[in-house]
Every structure is written in C-alpha cells, then in structure tokens.
Write a protein that binds this ligand. Structure first.
Ligand code: MIG
Length: 714
C-alpha cells in the first residue's frame, strides 16, 4: 500500500497495481505511509467495513435506485442493461463509486476500480457498511470536510470539470423508438409547430439505421438524409441520432471491414474478434481501451457530422449482449432433448431460464478481451470502463470534426471520469409514478459523482404513459439539464399532443416555462460546473434540522429554488416541508400568484395547469419570454422574480452557447443586487451582456407585498 496526498483534506491509498482509469485528474504526491483502514484481503477480493453510527447518512453512488440516503439497501457497480427498474434491482447502467458517510463527522470515499464492487449499506447489519471489491488492485480516495456539501465540492475538483454541451442542448427534445421514417419525424416536427409547442430537436433511435449498422443511414426510410437534416436545422431543429456499441459482422460493410483491417475489435480466447449478438445479429465490440480504436471509432461520427448533425447518444455500451452463440445453442439443445417429454416443474423452469437468462450473462464478459498497453484483460476485469471509453472516443472524435463547436453527447453506461466527455440519461425507466419520484432522488446523487448533463426519459420509457403522468413529470423535468420525452417501441404515443386538449395545453405551457427559465437553468449549470458545486442538492446539504434529512422527494436547485413535484396520481397537491420561510410561486399563473410559507410542513395545492417552485428568502431568478426554440430566445427584456427582505444578489452567467470561447474568459455576467431601503428597493446592476436591454423586477417581501420596478441598461 502506498499513500498519496492530493491536498490537506484528500488522501489516496494505492493497493497493488491498479489500472489507471483516468477518473481522477488531480494526482497527488507520495506521502508518508499512513494507517490504511481496515481492509481484509481474501482470495482475489477484499472487504472493507465502515462502522455506521445511528445518525450517519450515506450519499452518492450516482446512477442507482433507492433513496437519496443510500443507507439500508444493497447496490452493485457492474454496468448492466437493466430494462426493468424494480425495487429489488441492485445495479443499473453505470458504476459511480463515490459516496459520503455523513453524521457528526463526514467523510467521502472514492474507489477507483474498473470492475465489480458490492455495497451493503447497512442492509444486513444496520451498523455496518460493507464493501466487497472484486480485486486487489485499486485506489481509494478519502476526502475529509466539514459536511457532505463541502466534501462533494472537493471531490468534483479532483475528477475535473464536467462536459459542457451547447446551449441548444437545454431545449426540449422529443424522442421515441419507432419513428419509422423521415416522414414520421417530419410529422412530429410539424405537429409541434402547428400546436405552437417549442421544440429544439428530435432524437433518432435505431430506426434511422440500415439494419442496425452503426454509422449507416437507411436509404429506404431516410433517403436524402443530409438534405433532410439540413432543412430541419435551418428551421432551428436538431436531429440527435443514436449509436450502438456493437458493430455488425458483415463483409463489405465499411465499419466492419475497417475494424477487422485495423485490428480494432475485442478478441475471444483464441485471439479472433469476439462475437456477441445484439440488434444487428452478430457483432464485434470495438476495443475502446486501445487508443487506435478510440481514434478510429471517434472519426466515424464524420458520416453524421457531414450531414450537419451535432448531437449523439451512445447506447448499449455496458456493453449489452443479447446472447452468445454457444449459450443459445445449449439452450436449444436442452429444449430439443426435452421435447415431447413430460417435464417436471424443475426441468420446465430450467428450460425457461435457459432462454430468459441468455442476456448479459456474466460468462460472456469473462470470455472476451481488451488490450491495455500491450497487456490482455478480460472485459470482466475492466467492465465498467466500456461506456466511459466509448464516449471518450466519441468526444475526442467529434471535437476534431466540429472543431470549436460544442455538441450534445450522452451515453447510457458510464463511470466516473466519463463525466468530462458526455452526459447521461438514466436509462429504461417505466411510465410509473414511482419512477418520477426516483428521477428526483437520482439527480443529486449523479451531481455528486460529477454528472451534470443529466435527465430521465420524461413520461417513462417502458409501458404506456397517460396525460396526467406526463404533465406531472414535465413539472419536474423542466428543471433538469437534459429534457427529453422518450418512449419504447410498442408503447402508446407520448408526445404532448397525443392526449387530450387539456394535456396539450398544460404540457405546452410547461415546455414554454422551460424556455422562459432557460437563461437561469443554463446559468446555474455553467456556474455549478465551473465552481465545482452541485446543481441539485438534497435538502440536508443546506439545512441541518432532522426533518431535512428525511425528505426524499424535494430537492434544491442551486441556491435559489426548492422543487417539490407531485408524484402521485389523482393528487391535487402535496405536503411540502419548508426548512425555512419560502415564497411559493405559481409560475404559470397569469398573475404569477405568490404566497409566503412559514417553516414547517404544509399542504400545497398544485394543479396540472401550473408550475410550482419555492423561492428562498433573499434570492432571485431571471426569466424571459419563451420562444419556439433556443435560437429564437430574446433576452432584451429580462425579468427578475425576487423574494427580498434585506438584500439579494444574483450573478447571471451567459456566453455564446456554441463555442469554447468561455474557457478563454469570453463570457457575460449580469450581476444584480437588490437592497431593501425601507419601503423600497435599491437595485444595482453590473452588466457586460449587451443582449440585455431592460430588466423588469417583481420583488416580494415576507409580507407578500409586491413591488414592480424596471430599469433600462445603458
Ligand atoms: O434494447 O435503441 O435505453 O433508450 O430506445 C433497447 C432502442 C435498446 C435502449 C435505450 C433506449 C432505446 C432502445 N435501446
């Protein structure tokens, strides 16, 4: 074991000879050997036990089910294509091994290790957090700090800045698996326009490809794709095509041929390209651990960028494998052997399980290999890096292709480190009320692990959504950086106009509200990323009272808002816990009705035709008029909604939204200060954003007195 010191409060312990994952960018210097914590080494594995005190909370672990407080549950890090997010599931698509144990003393831990880790967070014994690491070569980072909030900020600093998408990526996106051809896509676009619902782009699922082949476009369904894409783009609409991890095995298909010629694919135990079966039938998996493969695969996005495409989603990169030939053969053989027999129940179960357990079997991941610096590793040994390195490859390739232009890039699988290359969507949820609630809980946990460009499939992926659920879900999603309504093939249509007139009107107003709030959401996103702070926080990160620790379905958006969505069918409102006095805002109300809420729990009415949030005292948020897309947004007349008793400050961040010039200091700031002076307010604005001409203030105090003020900027 070796000890490294990253700074005063962060140490790293190195065990054995770990694979360098690239998760951490701030490397420390070798320090005095210190006591490591209690690690028990067993054959090929090791165990760590952390004592939990009765008041300790556990935060983090990113893309996982369960509560914000992770205690009392089991989790596993082993990237998995899990299509059904039920309560018994312990792992999803990503491996986010950062967590914080927080009580009288708080400490953060990051296990930098590329394959399986199991976490029993006080499930079996509530007094112990048991961690089982499936290997003996890893780093553990230990971060000290005064509380969980401070510790997350310190962690964000050592893993480096999150990926930053263009501003248009903060618009509203429509998606569905099963928009069969360009006419259907066009129809979706036209229906949004006809109904005057803002729309930034449409995601293209597998349907656009020719036989599920990466970097191909179906001539039959999407002929003239380049023109089609450019026509839409000229109208301000972006197309975001999907790319899968597996490359179809088919001679004459350029990507396959190049992959073979360049030796870019993972190998089986005989050294031949490994064959798994996914969408296109047999596929090879690019070996993203090799730099040559990264460069090659990344350069293939050119086929799409040449058509004017600037947004992409990388799917099935756990990697998901439907089956392996041999396993299917065994299942078939067993079935044939049993044919015509009078099966007892166990043989019948065996027969059935042979087929249902074909997907993503652990044995597949042990049977194909990567090359890292000339050394061979089975996928199982580096499993959790696959989606990360695929997305890194995409990012590096697209950066070259689009030069100084920012792009949208999300991935399904990830581990920490990938946050610098792309965002994620949270995978195949269902159109269930409980999954709306799950969405809320996952957001702060993802931020803690470095992921900021995040969002769930709004309305739910699996199953049939109804208008009420879609509306309620939008009431939350309009606050998440990635706002995408997406659903599975075979499920009912889920576009805002697919339901009743009432649903159409309500969802339209909500999507418009997203555009009204876009300057605020973009500003908070950029500030969070640049300052290494959380955009979404559990209440307990700000408030130290006991109730705040137990609230799981309300979260804070930066330093201004508390969001408390309705997550139950038929409810006309909900109980909301106020950790301090706040201003209730009905943002969609014509008169923007507000009222003061005292500290404590209160029932809040929240209709389907509204967007509610709670503004913290001495704070403000900016908003503007909505438009049909981000390109058309006009900030000339900025409005500010403020709740001020004493003094409030807001720094509105902005930049060109397209290039990386902001890294060279080319950004705008509108610093607004509101100071209470008896019955009036003094306003100071320090502004270098020429697009803002006028600011209209709506300032409310703790007596709910409203003052309207307007200033013109010189
Ligand atoms: O096995 O491309 O999570 O968003 O629509 C399903 C089809 C494959 C899984 C993704 C989902 C996408 C779907 N994909």
């Amino acid at each position: 074991m070796e000890t490294y010191r990253i700074d005063d409060d962060i140490k790293a312990f190195k065990y054995g000879n770990p694979i360098e994952t690239g998760a951490v960018v701030k490397k420390g210097t070798k320090a005095h050997q210190e006591n490591d914590f209690n690690i028990k080494f067993k054959k090929n594995k090791c165990n760590i036990a952390i004592k939990l005190l009765s008041n300790d909370m556990v935060y983090g672990l990113g893309n996982n089910l369960g509560e914000i407080n992770k205690r009392g549950r089991i989790y596993e890090s082993y990237c998995t294509d899990e299509p059904s997010h039920t309560e018994d599931k312990v792992k999803l698509y990503s491996a986010h091994n950062f967590f914080i144990v927080s009580g009288d003393v708080s400490r953060g831990y990051f296990i930098d290790f590329p394959t399986r880790i199991k976490y029993d967070v006080g499930y079996y014994d509530k007094n112990y957090f048991n961690i089982e690491i499936y290997g003996q070569d890893f780093y553990i980072y230990v971060i000290e700090g005064k509380d969980a909030n401070e510790i997350s900020n310190k962690f964000l600093k050592i893993i480096g800045k999150s990926y930053i998408p263009p501003k248009w990526a903060f618009g509203y996106f429509q998606s569905r698996w099963g928009y069969k051809n360009k006419h259907e896509v066009k129809k979706v676009y036209e229906t949004f326009r006809k109904n005057e619902i803002p729309l930034e782009g449409i995601y293209l699922d597998l349907d656009y490809m020719d036989n599920f082949k990466d970097f191909s476009i179906s001539e039959e369904r999407f002929s003239g794709f380049k023109e089609f894409a450019n026509d839409l783009k000229n109208d301000g609409l972006y197309l975001v095509p999907i790319i899968d991890a597996g490359v179809k095995v088919e001679e004459g298909y350029d990507v396959y041929d190049e992959g073979i010629a360049g030796n870019y694919f993972c190998k089986d135990k005989y050294g031949k390209p490994y064959e798994g079966v996914v969408w296109p039938g047999k596929v090879h998996f690019p070996d993203f651990m090799k730099e040559e493969t990264q460069l090659w695969f990344g350069s293939k996005y050119k086929i799409l960028t040449d058509c004017g495409i600037e947004g992409f989603w990388n799917d099935m990169n756990e990697p998901a494998i439907f089956y392996q030939d041999e396993a299917l053969q065994n299942a078939v053989d067993y079935a044939q052997e049993k044919m015509g027999q009078n099966l007892d129940v166990f043989s019948y179960f065996q027969l059935k399980d042979n087929f249902t357990n074909l997907a993503n079997s652990n044995s597949y991941y042990q049977s194909f290999y990567h090359e890292i610096d000339g050394q061979r590793f089975s996928n199982d040994e580096v499993h959790n890096l696959y989606g990360y390195y695929m997305t890194k490859s995409a990012n590096l390739g697209i950066c070259k292709l689009l030069e100084d232009k920012r792009f949208l890039l999300i991935s399904r699988a990830s581990s920490i480190g990938m946050h610098r290359y792309g965002g994620i969507w949270t995978g195949d949820n269902s159109s269930w009320w409980s999954h709306l609630e799950q969405n809320i809980k996952m957001m702060p946990s993802l931020n803690m692990c470095g992921f900021f460009y995040i969002g769930a499939d709004t309305g739910g992926f699996g199953g049939h959504c109804n208008g009420e659920l879609l509306t309620r879900w939008l009431q939350f999603s309009v606050f998440t950086p990635l706002l995408r309504n997406h659903t599975a093939i075979g499920s009912d249509n889920q576009e805002p106009y697919a339901f009743t007139e009432e649903v159409l009107n309500n969802s339209k107003s909500l999507i418009k509200a997203r555009y009204r709030l876009l300057p605020y959401i973009y500003s908070e996103y950029m500030k969070a990323v640049n300052n290494y702070s959380l955009m979404f926080k559990p209440l307990s990160f700000e408030f130290k009272d006991n109730m705040s620790k137990e609230v799981e379905d309300q979260i804070l958006l930066s330093n201004q808002l508390m969001i408390a969505p309705v997550c139950h069918s038929n409810h006309k409102g909900r109980y909301v816990y106020f950790p301090e006095k706040m201003l209730e805002v009905s943002f969609l109300d014509m008169n923007m009705i507000t009222s003061i809420k005292e500290k404590g729990t209160q029932y809040i009415k929240y209709g389907l035709d509204d967007l509610k949030f709670f503004l913290r005292k001495n704070s403000m948020i900016p908003h503007i008029k909505s438009s049909k897309n981000s390109k058309e947004l006009n900030q000339e007349n900025l409005e500010v909604l403020a709740y001020v008793d004493d003094e409030a400050i807001y720094d509105l961040y902005d930049d060109d939204g397209k290039s990386y010039d902001f890294m060279k200091g080319k950004s705008f700031s509108t610093n607004i200060k509101i100071i209470r002076r008896n019955d009036d307010y003094e306003i100071k604005v320090d502004n270098n954003n020429i697009s803002i001409k006028n600011i209209k203030f709506r300032i409310i105090d703790s007596n709910n007195n409203i003052k309207i003020k307007e200033i013109t900027l010189s």
